[in-house]
Design a protein. Structure first.
Length: 221
């Protein structure tokens, strides 16, 4: 990833990128292990899929400008929390909190900031759980804590966010009020759908438990 603005900081930027890339690998491995353990112990897979990315140079520059800072490696590391980003897509809202909790409990993960846009959605309807964490990256002669933004959301929330993102760029942040209103309505439908799917799943789970108990009783008779 090239950031051509840094002629005299090219080496520093390469080092920073090595750290961000390594931090993504660390977090992805943790998530994979977590999901495999779940599958093994609960015969259940809470994670639908995971995507990770390094933020684009344009997007980094935009955020630095937004923060009214000079575009230097030091400022990026200090002020841009999501150069390394991981997005975890789950089936149910309850999975989101379970996964967030498991990540936060890992002894080498430091939670620096949490934004719960599920409990408090943004005004446009955006809903998702965000954590800024740091993980230690072991280099040959030192250890560097490196930040990663983790976004956790349901499939329905992700569907909404990707369409909203497209609309945002299409209208350069100034979508007509009618479209914004419809997006807000869609976000309410998303929240309703997530709620319904969760209670349906709870019902199915309790039904299976009852049936299992019934079979056990029949077998023991
Ligand atoms: P991209 O393209 O994903 O990189 P902070 O992290 O606290 O310093 P920031 O960055 O405002 O401040 O944090 P926030 O609110 O947690 O948002 C970070 C990211 O969440 C955004 O990154 C988006 O990916 C996503 N996000 C936040 N609000 C919205 C929204 O209204 N709609 C959609 N679709 N996504 C949102 P970037 O840098 O905007 O973009």
């Amino acid at each position: 990833m090239e950031l051509p603005i840094f002629y005299d900081e090219a080496e520093e930027w390469k080092n920073a990128l090595l750290l961000y890339d390594s931090a993504l690998k660390e977090i992805n491995t943790k998530i994979e292990i977590m999901n495999n353990e779940f599958k093994l112990t609960h015969q259940y897979n809470p994670i639908e899929h995971v995507v990770s990315r390094l933020k684009s140079p344009e997007s980094i520059a935009k955020k630095i400008r937004h923060n009214k800072k000079e575009l230097t490696v030091e400022n990026i590391v200090k002020y841009v929390n999501d150069v390394a980003g991981v997005r975890i897509i789950c089936s149910f809202t309850s999975d989101i909190y379970r996964i967030a909790d498991l990540i936060a409990k890992q002894s080498d993960v430091k939670v620096l900031k949490v934004k719960d846009y599920i409990t408090c959605p943004k005004e446009n309807g955006y809903s998702s759980y965000h954590m800024i964490v740091s993980v230690p990256i072991y280099l040959s002669n030192n250890v560097i804590e490196t930040k990663v933004e983790i976004q956790i959301r349901t499939i329905a929330m992700d569907f909404w966010a990707s369409l909203e993102h497209k609309i945002y760029y299409k209208f350069e942040g100034n979508a007509p009020e009618r479209i914004r209103k419809e997006l807000r309505e869609c976000s309410e439908i998303v929240s309703y759908l997530d709620h319904k799917m969760l209670s349906l799943n709870e019902e199915i789970k309790s039904f299976s438990h009852d049936r299992e108990a019934e079979y056990k009783d029949i077998l023991s008779e």
